[in-house]
Design a protein around this ligand. Structure first.
Ligand code: HPA
Length: 281
């Protein structure tokens, strides 16, 4: 449960620091998931700052992981990229990104682009596919908003993934002759992969892809007033759908194979956001 009494001063300090170091907020923040790290290379004039300098951001427990923000621009669009997210499977806590997302929203960021690696539940989206998230299924029914007060906590989730941002991203894909699917993302806490029976159940529920992130952040982002776009890189067929056992290294391998194409597309989408009036009003 989030302790707002201790989190709020950290958010204030974080926002002050972001403002002081980088000035006005970029309109767009991007969470880089597995396979998407290469997108950092698309950032021009990037300035890096470690999460350890930002008290409301998740503090890394393992040395060696990159945990930093990169503030810069892609073409004409200013962006802040988040390298490293707190996963629920690390601690059981699904509120790990609350301070970071609330700080970004208070700084003035308008939209959160979430990227992740996912397993596919559909034959027409094999490994290497990209999927824009239309909606999600919170399978564990966990909420990062437990303990929040006031009517504001009853967040509308009926259009959690922003249709305008998604359609804009689909237009960019069409312009590049790139096939990008659309579908429903289902959250499984992990860290174990799903069973084939769970995957059959998720498919019957209407899920198209499954992964261990994104959903808590979308809920937090909507609560903070951020628009959300989600982009999944399919790294494997989900459990029971391919005859192969699932391993982390296999998903990382596929993420690496497709990562360059995925990151190039992400860069093109972000750059084109500069032309979206609703982000620049
Ligand atoms: N299941 C859960 N998370 C994942 C998968 C998967 O099959 N692939 C990549 N992340």
């Amino acid at each position: 449960m989030i302790d707002n009494k201790t989190l709020d001063p950290k958010i204030s300090e974080t926002v002050d620091k972001l403002q002081r170091l980088f000035g006005a907020a970029p309109e767009v923040a991007v969470v880089l998931g597995s396979g998407w790290a290469g997108a950092v290379d698309q950032v021009q004039d990037g300035k890096h700052l470690a999460y350890t300098e930002l008290p409301a951001f998740p503090q890394p427990k393992v040395e060696g992981h990159v945990n930093e923000i990169v503030v810069g621009r892609i073409g004409e669009q200013r962006v802040v990229m988040l390298r490293g997210r707190a996963h629920t499977y690390e601690s059981g806590d699904c509120t790990g990104m609350a301070g970071a997302l609330r700080s970004l929203a208070r700084w003035g960021v308008k939209a959160l682009v979430q990227t992740n690696a996912s397993g596919s539940l559909r034959g027409h989206m094999p490994p290497g596919s990209l999927m824009l998230i239309t909606d999600h299924i919170n399978a564990p029914q966990r909420s990062p908003l437990i303990g929040e007060q006031g009517s504001h906590r009853f967040v509308d989730m009926s259009a959690a993934y922003d249709a305008e941002l998604r359609h804009h991203a689909l237009g960019v894909a069409r312009g590049q002759n790139l096939v990008v699917g659309q579908g429903v993302y289902c959250w499984a806490v992990g860290p174990q992969f799903e069973t084939p029976a769970e995957i059959r159940m998720f498919a019957a529920w209407g899920a198209d892809a499954v992964g261990m992130s994104t959903v808590p952040e979308t809920i937090l982002a909507r609560h903070a007033g951020l628009r959300v776009m989600g982009l999944a890189l399919i790294t494997n067929m989900a459990a029971g759908l391919s005859g192969e056992a699932l391993t982390h290294s296999l998903t990382l391998q596929q993420a690496q194979l497709s990562g360059e194409r995925a990151s190039a597309y992400l860069g093109a989408v972000l750059s084109s956001f500069a032309t979206l009036p609703s982000l620049h009003a």
